[in-house]
Design a protein around this ligand. Sequence first.
Ligand code: PLP
Length: 376
Amino acid sequence: MIYLDNSSTTPIDETVLDAMLPWLRSGFGNASSIYKLGREARVAVEDARMEFASLLNAHPAEIIFTSGGTESNNTILKSCADESGLIESILTGSTEHHAVLLPAQAMQARGLHHECIPVDANGRVVIESLAALNISRTLVSVMHANNETGVIQPLAAIRQNIPNALFHSDAVQSFGKIPVDVAALGVDFLTLSAHKIHGPKGIGVMFIRKGIDFKSHQQGGGQERNRRAGTEPVALIVGAAVAARRACNDMAERSQHMANLISLAREQIARTIPNVRYNTPLEESLPNILNVSFLDADELDGEAILQSMDMKGVAVSNGSACVSGSVQPSHVLLAMGLPPSEAKAAVRISVSKDNTLTEVQEAITILADVVRVLRG
Ligand SMILES: Cc1ncc(COP(=O)(O)O)c(C=O)c1O
C-alpha cells in the first residue's frame, strides 16, 4: 500500500515504540504514587513535560497532557467559558477543525456569542475583518495550519490585532513541520497531538500560559495541576515526547524531503491531469499537504476518487478524515469560496518523512488513471 494520508495519522516510529515499551511492562507505576515505582514514572512524565516546554519555548508548568487534539481543543474552549468564566464570546476561524467549531457552537447554544472570522480565497484569515468584531472578554481560536489544505495562518499578525483577547491556536498539523514557538506566535493556549508526528494515538498537549486563571471542566484526582484529572498514561507521554523531539530535531531535513515530494506531485498532476484547481497555495503552506479539486465536478467526487485509489492500493483523503463518511462538501473549501461541486471534488494528498519519490510518482499515475476513468 502507498500511504499518502499522513495528515490523518502517521505510523509510529520504532524508536518511539521502543521508548514506550518499558513503561508498559515493568515501569507500570502510577505517577502519583510515592513509592519507587511511582516516583520513576513521575520522573518520566516530568522529563517529557520539560521536553515539550523546551520545544515550544514555554515553561514546564504551562504544559498539560491530554488525550489528544480533540480533548485539548474542547477543554480550552469550554473551560474558558464555563468553569473559568473568562470569556463571553468565542471567535473562530471559519476553516477550523470540527474539534474547535463544534465546542464553539455548543457554547453558543448555552448563551455565549460565537462568530466565525472570514478567510480569503487561499483560506487565510482576513485580518482586516478583526477590526469589526467585538473583542472584549473573547477567546479567539485560529489554527496554525489547516488540516485539509495545509495553509498557514499569520498568527503573530492576528495577535497584533487582538491585543486584549485570549488567543488559542490548534497547532496539531503544524507542529514538527514548521517552528512552533508560543512566545513568537503570541498565543495563550495551544493544542498538539502526537499521532501526527509518528507518535502514539491518544496523547496530546495543551499549553496554557502561566498567569491565566484557568479552571478545567475535568475533575477528579487533581493530576496535571488540576487541569486534566486522570491517571497520566506514562508510556504515551514518553512516546509523545520522543516523537516531538525527533520531529523538531529533524524538522529542516524532513520538511525539505516532504516539500520535494509535494512539488513532484504538483508537477506530475499539472502534466497529466487537465482541469484541476490547487486548493493549497504555493506560498505559506505546510510542506506535506496538497489539496486539489477536479473541475468537471458534476460526476466526479472526492469520495469516488478515494475509493478507486483505495482499490488500487493508494490511501489518500477527500478533505478531512475526521469527517469522512459524511457526504457534505468540506466546510474549509466552501469557506474559501469554492462552489459545492468543486469542494466535493477535492482530494488531499499528505506525505510524511517515510514516503519516497517513487511512491508519489506511482500514486499520481494511478490518480491520473482514476480521474480519466471517472470522467468517462
Ligand atoms: C487540526 C486538527 N485539530 C485537531 C485534530 C484532532 O486531534 P486528535 O486526533 O488528536 O484528537 C486533528 C486531527 O485530525 C486535526 O487535524
